[in-house]
Ligand binder design. Structure first.
Ligand code: UDP
Length: 478
């Protein structure tokens, strides 16, 4: 059966407190518009995972505010088997232009995809009422569109992945998806460039993602708390500290960061980075397209040249078992560990692979938050990136970010102003050179960080996102 994810409502006034007056007025107007236009329709979101990855992250936030504003919103997660997720991972890869496992997307895969989604549809049929609005997220859910329309729902398909240039590889994915997507009344992409040419302009909406500054992932943390959290999970030396670290969850209830040395934390026995060395950090899923191995290589290259002020590198990702729809994760992680074992002895102790525990959403989030805040430089050396919420999160925290100039990253960062962009993600020298700049130049790092924070406040906070959803849904039910 599909999983129902419960989200605690959050009062929109909390968000409004961070915004300039004109934006508060606009947001309040959007909420009024939604109440008038939606009536007692429920807004449903369907995706493939309750945690891990950017989509789940955003759903947590936006549904919390929508609920808080009195817009009835519900979240369901697909039930699928490993074969289904292997097919949808393949789709995900080809839409990014990567052949992935190179497996087929033919009639047998289509059959299985449809069979799994039929079972999920039967589940939804008992819950969704005619007139409800259903937002289907990503390739995993596209095949639900026709059945939901037949039930009388208003159906939007939102695709969070994409590639700047369509080619024969991406076409494989679109050929598979087109018959399903064509049943959606509106289609949403994070960038206009991602839409295949057969999507009509009048059904195409462009809505970039957003972050929530108040979420546990992004909220302000005192420096002592940052160190305490990282020490507790063994990511920095803890000076013998044994107590758990307490924090407040998003809903105001208490949470605790516990020691995860057994299930997560650092994966090598070379020990944590010493205090007071600058940390270079990339936080990502263990996905080849995030190029954790390339970050390692670039870091090693930079260190060979001039020691990078003694900097250490932390590559952190989720505990692999926690991401049910990511069957390649375990392989990517084990390849990274293998690559680490082959590093020169001197630099090996300066490179740390870490798994962040996934069993508690808020605990995971506060560890990511602390790691991003502790970082001297945050990198995102993706080979392909739909949008890159990790970049948004790091920019919000005023970190100098070094990232690949592609996908949504190039929308977020103006090179040299809000961060540093690397033109060719396969050029290790270029990456190493860019990495060195903010580490060597504190004034540059501070300037980039300040501009980065301002940029996110301007463009990528949830009010803009909620308003765009209200516009879209209003247009649909008008
Ligand atoms: N993330 C996390 N824990 C991890 C790794 C990633 O919470 O161990 C979060 C990260 O903070 C971000 C999201 O997962 O919010 C990843 O979104 P992004 O758009 O960067 O990439 P995606 O995973 O969707 O490709």
């Amino acid at each position: 059966a599909m999983e129902a994810v419960r989200v605690q409502p959050v009062d929109l006034e909390r968000l409004a407190g961070l915004l300039p007056a004109d934006r508060v007025v606009r947001l309040e107007a959007a909420v009024e518009q939604a109440r008038a236009a939606f009536g007692d329709r429920v807004v449903w979101h369907v995706n493939a995972t309750a945690r891990g990855g950017g989509v789940a992250e955003m759903l947590q936030t936006l549904l919390a505010y929508a609920q808080g504003a009195g817009i009835e919103s519900r979240w369901r997660v697909l039930a699928g088997d490993p074969e289904f997720f292997a097919v949808t991972k393949r789709l995900h890869n080809v839409l990014h232009g990567e052949p992935g496992d190179g497996g087929p997307l033919g009639p047998a895969e289509r059959d299985h995809y449809e069979q799994v989604l039929r079972a999920n549809l039967a589940d939804l049929a008992g819950q969704v009422s005619p007139g409800d609005i259903v937002l289907l997220h990503d390739p995993q859910t596209a095949g639900l569109a026709a059945g939901l329309r037949a039930l009388g729902a208003r159906v939007v398909w939102r695709c969070h992945v994409g590639r700047d240039l369509a080619d024969d590889v991406t076409r494989l994915g679109w050929d598979f998806l087109r018959p399903y997507v064509s049943h959606a009344e509106a289609v949403v992409f994070s960038r206009r460039e991602y839409a295949p040419d057969w999507v009509d302009d009048d059904t195409l909406w462009v809505i970039p993602p957003s972050i929530d500054p108040l979420a546990v992932k992004n909220m302000a943390l005192a420096p002592e708390l940052v160190v305490g959290i990282l020490a507790r999970v063994g990511l920095v030396t803890d000076g013998g500290r044994e107590s758990a670290v307490d924090f407040l969850r998003r809903d105001g209830s208490p949470g605790t960061v516990r020691s995860h040395r057994r299930s997560g934390g650092l994966l090598q026995d070379t020990g944590p980075p010493p205090p007071d060395v600058p940390l270079v950090v990339q936080v990502s899923r263990w996905d080849r397209l995030k190029d954790m191995a390339g970050v390692m290589e670039g870091f090693v290259r930079a260190v060979e040249d001039d020691d990078l002020l003694g900097a250490h590198l932390v590559l952190a990702g989720p505990e692999v078992s926690g991401v049910a729809d990511d069957p390649e994760g375990a392989q990517v992680l084990s390849d990274c560990r293998e690559e680490w074992r082959h590093l020169g002895a001197a630099v090996r102790g300066r490179v740390h692979l870490a798994c962040i525990p996934m069993d508690d959403v808020d605990e995971n989030a506060i560890i990511v938050n602390a790691l991003q805040r502790y970082a001297a430089v945050v990198v995102q050396k993706s080979l392909v990136e739909g949008f890159g919420l990790t970049v948004t999160e790091a920019l919000w925290k005023g970190r100098p970010v070094v990232a690949s100039r592609l996908g949504g990253i190039q929308d977020q960062i103006v090179d040299g102003r809000d961060g540093l962009l690397v033109d060719d993600p396969y050029d290790i020298e270029e990456f190493a050179a860019a990495l060195r700049r903010p580490l060597a130049d504190a004034a540059l790092a501070a300037r980039l960080g300040a501009a980065a924070h301002a940029r996110v406040l301007e463009e990528y906070v949830g009010d803009r996102h909620l308003e765009q959803y209200v516009d879209l849904f209003s247009a649909l039910v008008r």
